[in-house]
Design a protein around this ligand. Structure first.
Ligand code: AVI
Length: 340
């Protein structure tokens, strides 16, 4: 983990999905995934420069209700959420990206001990941290460049915090399969256990998407303008460029499929013909209609999310929903605050 003090940065900010860039070894992961059955690619690989732009466009699409809905909840409920966070807290945002939604909370938290945006992309992290520091002159901003799926050291604030609260919006938790999501929520639990002078038991403010009419879900991931299809196919373009692969993009089609038994949307790239592709010297064969699974987007019921949270030691305390009950923002506390 590298800790950063603020210094000038120029790159424009983005939405909060930079954590997905944390790829240890592209060749090994890609070959391992494509030689497996079914074939898989990590969603990590979506987020090259173009993929990041396309994700920003997705967030604005009429069919992609997630960003808009969560933002509306935060706009309306910021004061109540801030009351749960309480005075003098250290607020840690995971995968902070442009820290756009965070401002809604910061507006209601004038006495925060410090704000710690955490992101894997240093340029985006520093640019966003600067903008926040400029907009909130009294706030100590302590950006941390880290892969938040692994434990890392939290920076120390000048003022002693009363407690540590993690903010994890965007339904990014849904991109983790249940065991990995539980592990991540355990990492969050460890993050908020009393330390750095913080005496009080910590908390978590998290956004998660709910199960709903499959047609609405499938449209959110297969929009009429074809932006999500382009976002999905862009991963093959990236492999062609970075690994010298020879994917013919026109020989794959985008698919977003609701899988009810798993409670998730599966994004896939489906081979439209029998073909062979060379990647880093390896030949990969595709049958007609054979898919590569590129992303899982889990959708929860209130009970399924509570069960996942409980498995990681978290108990829900307050929940805020939109009028259609499409999305929840939830405040949780540790079930056993003393042991963390
Ligand atoms: C980043 N993540 C929360 C998005 C989602 O909805 O699962 C990624 C995405 N994939 C396709 N559209 C958006």
């Amino acid at each position: 983990m590298q800790q950063e003090r603020l210094r000038p940065a120029t790159t424009a900010g983005r939405q909060s999905a930079d954590w997905l860039r944390a790829a240890p070894s592209l060749v090994e992961d890609v070959l391992g995934g494509l030689l497996a059955s079914p074939k898989r690619l990590l969603p990590t690989y979506f987020y090259d420069e173009r993929g990041s732009q396309l994700f920003d466009e997705i967030c604005e699409l009429p069919e992609y209700y997630i960003t808009r809905t969560e933002t509306a909840i935060l706009e309306h409920r910021a004061a109540a959420i801030a009351a749960c966070i309480g005075p003098d807290a250290l607020l840690v945002e995971l995968g902070s990206g442009a820290s756009t939604k965070t401002r809604l909370l910061l507006d209601e938290l004038p006495d925060l001990a410090a704000y710690v945006p955490v992101d894997i992309s240093r340029s985006h992290l520093m640019a966003a941290a600067h903008r926040i520091a400029d907009a909130y002159p009294g706030l100590e901003v302590l950006p941390a460049c880290a892969d938040f799926t692994k434990p890392f050291t939290l920076p120390k604030s000048r003022r002693l915090p009363s407690r540590i609260v993690v903010f994890f919006p965007g339904s990014t938790i849904g991109n983790f399969d249940p065991p990995a999501a539980i592990d991540l929520m355990k990492v969050m639990r460890a993050m908020v256990t009393p330390r750095l002078g913080a005496q009080g038991a910590g908390g978590l403010v998290i956004g998660f998407d709910l199960q709903k009419d499959p047609a609405i879900l499938e449209r959110a991931y297969d929009d009429t303008a074809g932006v999500t299809a382009e976002f999905n196919l862009n991963v093959l373009r990236r492999l062609n460029r970075e690994l010298g692969a020879n994917f013919a993009l026109e020989a794959f089609r985008h698919q977003a499929l609701w899988v009810p038994q798993a409670g998730r949307i599966e994004m896939r790239l489906v081979s439209t013909r029998r073909q062979k592709v060379t990647i880093a010297g390896e030949l990969i064969s595709f049958e007609v209609d054979e898919p590569i699974i590129t992303e899982h987007c889990h959708k929860y019921t209130p009970a399924s999310f509570a069960a996942q949270a409980a498995a990681a030691g978290w108990a829900p305390r307050r929940t805020w929903a939109d009028a259609r009950d499409y999305f929840h923002v939830q405040y949780l506390e540790l079930e056993h605050p003393k042991t963390g």
